[in-house]
Write a protein that binds this ligand. Structure first.
Ligand code: 5GP
Ligand code: MG
Length: 171
């Protein structure tokens, strides 16, 4: 596996990101909403460093490419989401690629009554974005390669790797 971002670099950058987030909210209480499953490692590390009153929640957003639904149709499931009315929501995801997922998720959370919605991503892939979308907090900008580790999977594997790597051709 070709190493792209080391565990040390992840730690250092996520430390700084947590500071940026705390300063942006200036003591206001926040609900961190992670997009499963890719968010989990990044989110667990990030939230432990954010010095704010903080709640934690999750939703899933999956693109189904099967025969039952249109290609790439995004299905959001939020059965476990608490009431967000009047809450400042910080959405956390592993990677911003085309931007479609986060655009839809932000609209969904606004519909659910969030007072404000900001977005933090660990990675932003360059040259792939299809819809205009500006995340508020970005960990690392990366080239257009398929990456795994630190939450990101290939066929549900590799999420537990402590670094971000580039999958060799052929899986
Ligand atoms: P978007 O809607 O921005 O195109 O999709 C973002 C989602 O696509 C991410 O949450 C992630 O699940 C998946 N994705 C995009 N690029 C990569 C990548 O390089 N590696 C992995 N493992 N997943 C990716
Ligand atoms: Mg995802």
């Amino acid at each position: 596996m070709e190493m792209l971002i080391t565990a040390d670099d992840l730690r250092t950058r996520i430390d700084r990101m947590a500071g940026e987030i705390a300063r942006a909210y200036a003591g206001r209480p926040v609900t961190a909403v992670g997009i499963l499953t890719g968010c989990v490692v990044f989110m667990a590390d990030l939230i432990r460093r954010i010095d704010l009153p903080l709640r934690v929640a999750f939703l899933t957003a999956s693109s189904y490419r099967g025969t039952a639904t249109a290609p790439g149709q995004l299905v959001i499931r939020d059965d476990f989401l608490p009431d967000l009315t009047g809450r400042h929501v910080l959405v956390l995801d592993d990677i911003l690629d085309t931007g479609k997922t986060l655009t839809r998720v932000v609209a969904h959370l606004v519909d659910r009554g969030a007072e404000s919605v900001k977005v933090g991503v660990l990675l932003r892939k360059i040259g792939r974005q299809e819809v205009p979308f500006e995340p508020d907090f970005v960990g690392f900008t990366i080239p257009d390669k398929f990456v795994v580790g630190y939450g990101l999977d290939y066929n549900d594997e590799y999420r537990h790797l402590p670094y971000v790597g580039v999958l060799p051709a052929g899986g």
